[in-house]
Unconditional design. Structure first.
Length: 362
């Protein structure tokens, strides 16, 4: 039995821990061979296919190391691969054939909703036997309470809120922290509650500047001359516009909303504001204990799904145990924050503002 393994999409803490778990279970538990594919589908596009044998001794130290020893990519969709003339070409047949060139009997793909849906398309086209493991700091994969990497990212964002609190209080400033999360506000919501933010802005709850400033001013009136605002990167601008910029490859990226919110608060309240963009710090470093547990449990379960011949499934975390769901259902759409979520209610109960408390009085 020859099992392939790849990590795909943006990296996050816990990927090496999942690689360790898959290899340990496959090699020691089932006596299989494991081939790690480098740089996700890029490795399958190369000829010879870019892969390496994974042995237990080679992955032993992975539990607490960030990043991924296999490398990853969140660019180069094989179905719309960038071509030299600036256009796009379909390279999916070559990528799908890479699986067979390696003589794989099954593949475990670790990825977010985008990567898992691409892998599933390739599996259908190429006759692969695929099992998926969800990972993303954004925690936007459906049917799982946690994806690998989310908890570690929240820990980093929470520490940032803690650190901003002390300097905000010392200088009587309004500190705006912009966090990642793509189209969902899970990181902002969770870190905002964990860190005791005063305002949390997430894309799922439309805000008004008037409501944000009312919160800042209410705190001032009660003698607290500083505020902490946590804003998710995909929150729209005060006029409802999407705030993005183009990277060197011409791809649209979120970024800049924090600065905009900070400027508006300053103009409207006269408060001194500062902005911190946490960025990729949220993806690096050692995984949290929960992410290590999750990665270990997901890795073992995924290998056992392969052993049971149950494919086209994604492992998921529910009520403190691992279950499996159809990949197609998990990636059908991304999991946004439910504005009626228990954590939103908790935050409101603590007096944290979401910016929707009063009507727009611009
Ligand atoms: O999906 C993970 C994520 O970190 C998002 O939160 C963020 O918007 C994006 O990836 C950043 O991508 P890149 O690594 O290409 O800058």
């Amino acid at each position: 039995m020859r099992l392939g393994l790849l990590t795909s999409g943006g990296d996050c803490a816990g990927l090496n821990a999942v690689i360790r778990a898959v290899v340990t279970r496959a090699v020691l538990g089932h006596g299989w061979q494991v081939l790690g594919i480098r740089q996700a589908t890029h490795g399958l596009l190369s000829r010879p296919v870019d892969a390496l044998p994974l042995r237990t001794e080679g992955v032993a130290g992975g539990l607490n190391h960030g990043g991924t020893l296999l490398g990853t990519t969140n660019r180069g969709n094989p179905f719309a691969y960038p071509s030299k003339d600036g256009g796009q070409t379909d390279r999916s047949e070559v990528v799908a054939a890479g699986y067979h060139e390696l003589g794989l009997d099954a593949l475990i793909g670790v990825g977010g909703d985008g990567s898992l849906s691409i892998l599933r398309r390739l599996a259908t086209q190429g006759g692969w036997k695929l099992v998926g493991i969800p990972k993303t700091i954004d925690n936007d994969v459906r049917h799982t309470e946690h994806a690998i990497g989310f908890n570690s990212a929240v820990a980093i964002a929470t520490e940032a809120v803690d650190r901003l609190h002390v300097t905000a209080a010392s200088h009587s400033r309004v500190m705006v922290l912009e966090v990642m999360g793509r189209d969902a506000g899970h990181i902002a919501l969770t870190a905002g509650v964990a860190g005791g933010a005063d305002v949390i802005l997430i894309p799922e709850i439309p805000y008004t500047m008037a409501a944000i400033c009312a919160k800042v001013e209410q705190r001032r009136r009660t003698g607290r001359n500083f505020s902490i605002v946590v804003v998710a990167e995909s929150v729209r601008g005060p006029g409802g516009e999407t705030i993005t910029y183009k990277d060197a490859h011409g791809q649209s990226r979120y970024g800049g909303i924090g600065e905009m919110i900070a400027r508006e608060i300053g103009l409207r309240t006269g408060a001194e504001t500062r902005i911190t963009v946490l960025g990729h710090v949220q993806r690096g470093g050692s995984p949290s204990p929960l992410d290590r547990v999750l990665a270990s449990a997901f890795g073992v379960y995924a290998v056992d799904l392969v052993a049971a011949g149950r494919f086209d499934r994604m492992v998921a975390w529910r009520n403190r145990r691992v279950v499996d769901v159809p990949i197609a259902e998990a990636v059908a759409q991304f999991q946004a924050v439910d504005p009626d979520d228990a954590l939103v209610h908790t935050a409101r109960g603590l007096g944290i503002a979401f910016g929707d408390e009063i009507e727009d009085r611009r």
